[in-house]
Design a protein around this ligand. Structure first.
Ligand SMILES: [Zn+2]
Ligand SMILES: [Zn+2]
Ligand SMILES: [Zn+2]
Length: 153
């Protein structure tokens, strides 16, 4: 009896998660598919940005082209953003709810030189860059390097 009710609770928990994932996809005008749900699930579980090789490893059994397409769709629909932190591979992180991936939405990234993790410093906007008048700004990639709070302990 006890065992049964435990299993039921687990099922409820999983379905709520799936509902959250689907709602998140729909809020960014992305049609939920099994692959998209899985990729978003993995991205949601990350506390720091995840690199493409790490993602490829997690989706070893899936078709690579499908994974790349999924990431491209997520990026185009402003669900995730790509980070070039100079570590050699592109990393991805979820966007904030209201993010439109415009220069005014951009935040500073922090690369820990000890654990190589990249953090989204969502509360720190990138400073305004005053470009010469004939230049127009499209994007800013600001990476601050140092030791993260986990490594400092
Ligand atoms: Zn964004
Ligand atoms: Zn660290
Ligand atoms: Zn970020």
């Amino acid at each position: 009896m006890l065992h049964l009710s435990f299993e039921q609770t687990e099922i409820v928990k999983v379905s709520i998660m799936k509902k959250d994932i689907d709602n998140k996809l729909k809020s960014k005008n992305i049609k939920p598919t099994a692959m998209r749900e899985l990729v978003l699930q993995v991205l949601t579980e990350q506390k720091t940005a995840i690199s493409l090789p790490e993602l490829e490893q997690k989706f070893e059994k899936a078709d690579k082209a499908t994974l790349y397409r999924t990431l491209k769709t997520f990026q185009e629909n402003k669900l995730i953003h790509a980070i070039e932190d100079g570590s050699g591979s592109v990393k991805y992180a979820l966007c904030q709810e209201a993010c439109d991936c415009q220069p005014e939405d951009l935040h500073v990234h922090f690369l820990c030189t000890n654990c190589n993790q990249t953090f989204c410093l969502n509360d720190i906007p990138v400073p305004t860059i005053n470009l010469p008048s004939s230049f127009s700004l499209e994007s800013v990639n600001m990476v601050v390097k140092g030791i993260c709070s986990n490594c400092k302990k």
